[in-house]
Design a protein around this ligand. Structure first.
Ligand SMILES: [Ca+2]
Ligand SMILES: [Ca+2]
Length: 500
């Protein structure tokens, strides 16, 4: 059955001699010189093994429930210094080969992560892009399990950091290299939710396996929950969500609660939308005749749960239940009907005029025929109406309502709205099989004609989901010690996107 493992072993980026210095905001500061796996824990003290010298050391302040690593909470005025008492640790060599054998796999995974991340990494910055990437840059993407990572970019396309998940061992999280409907992360309320599979890289045909999991990261990039799904199949107790088929997307509402969407094979139908309350899963979406159980991207806008779908039960954006449902059997309603044959994935919805009702939506459609690409929809008071659908010309950087060779559609999508200028800025991932792109489009009130290519995934990599980093609700944010400037910025962002 599903359970939460807090000691997930996905270590924060930025560990190294300079870790803990140069951070510009109050935060949980992790003393990376002492960072490692916990060996024993008594009260607030613990013995850990570091990632540098195979040393044991004692950690005075441990936050295992939060991070599973050794850390201290510092205010801005208490940043770690090289000679800080926080770094003065008792060490001793691991004495036996047995111990080395136990910890080497963990250490190897940890070191791989550290070397792949930016040396001057900081918390995931509010307003920056987070992008889910599959692949390792070497192995050709296939239906086998591939490495996954969350990449942070600025909205102008500058890479900030890479947060890599272990690709084997107890904390592994991977995803299919070619299941293009998988891998749609979300940022909501300061948490980043990432779906994956509890399977080692290379595991064949991983997408349909009952090894699903969801990882929730906080704004520091640390995994605060790693929830594995029930594995027994659709008729087991508890049943396997998305049994025998794809898990595609999730969105966290807290450090240990989330929604996930996908589809299933077998009977009874375990696809649709599920909610995890911190202890157990509930299939919140109805499985009644005519209700959608094949869902794609999940989102929350204006306090309402939504999901995209492209199946005979409806093409477009469904609202599911009322608000954020937590009980079984909630009815889904096709809020935006994109029409039979449409292929919607990511979407973003706004209450641009701030009247409390969503009025503008952008939908990513992966078709490369007319009608695919970036769709804009507006609510005219009684119905959602399509304003345009634009494909991406790879060569010229232009947008086109008609198709031609080499044009791309999009799947991942997010965006922001600027109250002052009235412009929407959309960020999307394109549909090339490998080495696809992050692109941005500005809609300043007229149909856009050009786009900007911000970054490419690289060969044997593919970008999937994209979102903009959020922060927790103000009450929680205050506890975490965010600066007021960030809060103001994010409040504005939330209002614009209609998700508060
Ligand atoms: Ca999103
Ligand atoms: Ca409105």
């Amino acid at each position: 059955m599903g359970h939460t493992e807090f000691n997930a072993g996905v270590l924060p980026r930025g560990c190294g001699p300079d870790a803990g210095r140069g951070r510009d905001a109050d935060a949980w500061i992790l003393d990376c010189w002492k960072l490692g796996e916990i060996v024993t824990k008594t009260g607030q003290s613990a013995q850990i093994v570091d990632v540098e010298g195979l040393n044991f050391m004692n950690c005075n302040t441990i936050v295992t429930r939060k991070f599973g690593v050794c850390g201290v909470y510092l205010k801005r005025s208490e940043k770690l210094k090289p000679n800080s008492k926080h770094r003065n640790t008792h060490t001793k060599k691991i004495g036996t080969n047995k111990m080395k054998k136990i910890f080497l796999p963990i250490l190897t995974a940890s070191i791989a992560l550290l070397t792949s991340t930016s040396a001057n990494a900081v918390n995931i910055s509010v307003g920056n892009l987070i992008i889910e990437r599959v692949g390792n840059g070497t192995t050709t993407l296939s239906s086998a399990a591939a490495d996954i990572a969350v990449l942070e970019y600025t909205t102008s396309g500058t890479a900030v950091q890479t947060i890599t998940f272990p690709n084997s061992g107890a904390s592994q999280s991977t995803d299919s290299g070619t299941a293009t409907s998988n891998g749609y992360l979300n940022s909501y309320n300061g948490f980043v939710s990432v779906t994956g599979y509890n399977a080692a890289t290379g595991t064949a045909s991983v997408a349909g396996s009952n090894t699903k999991l969801t990882s929730i990261l906080d704004n520091s990039g640390a995994v605060v929950s790693r929830v594995t799904y029930p594995t027994g199949g659709p008729s087991a107790t508890p049943a396997s969500p998305f049994s025998g088929n794809n898990i595609r997307s999730s969105i966290a509402t807290g450090s240990s609660t989330f929604y996930a969407t996908g589809t299933a094979s077998g009977t009874p139908a375990t696809g649709g939308a599920w909610y995890y309350d911190g202890a157990r899963f509930t299939q919140v979406s109805s499985t009644a005749t005519g209700q959608p159980t094949n869902l794609r991207n999940v989102e929350i806008y204006n306090g309402q749960l939504f999901s995209s779908s492209a199946a005979t039960t409806g093409y477009g954006i469904f609202s599911i239940g009322t608000g954020l449902p937590t009980s079984a059997g909630s009815t889904a309603t096709l809020a935006i009907n994109t029409g039979s044959g449409a292929s919607p994935y990511g979407f973003v919805m706004f209450d641009a005029n701030k009247d409390g009702n969503l009025d503008t939506a952008f939908i990513a459609d992966d078709r490369t025929v007319a009608g695919g690409g970036l769709e804009k929809w507006t609510f005219n008071g009684s119905a959602w109406v399509n304003s345009y659908s634009l494909l991406f010309d790879a060569a010229a950087g232009s947008l086109s309502a008609t198709a031609a060779t080499g044009f791309a559609g999009i799947r991942g999508l997010t965006g922001s709205y600027n109250d002052a200028t009235g412009a929407f800025t959309l960020f999307a991932t394109t549909t090339e099989t490998s080495n696809n792109r992050i692109v941005s489009v500005v809609d300043a009130g007229t149909t856009p004609t050009t786009y900007t290519a911000l970054a490419s995934a690289g060969s044997n990599y593919a970008f999937r989901g994209v979102d903009i980093m959020t922060v927790p609700e103000p009450s929680s944010a205050a506890l975490l010690g965010f600066g007021m400037a960030a809060l103001v910025a994010v409040r504005a962002l939330r209002r614009g996107r209609g998700d508060s």
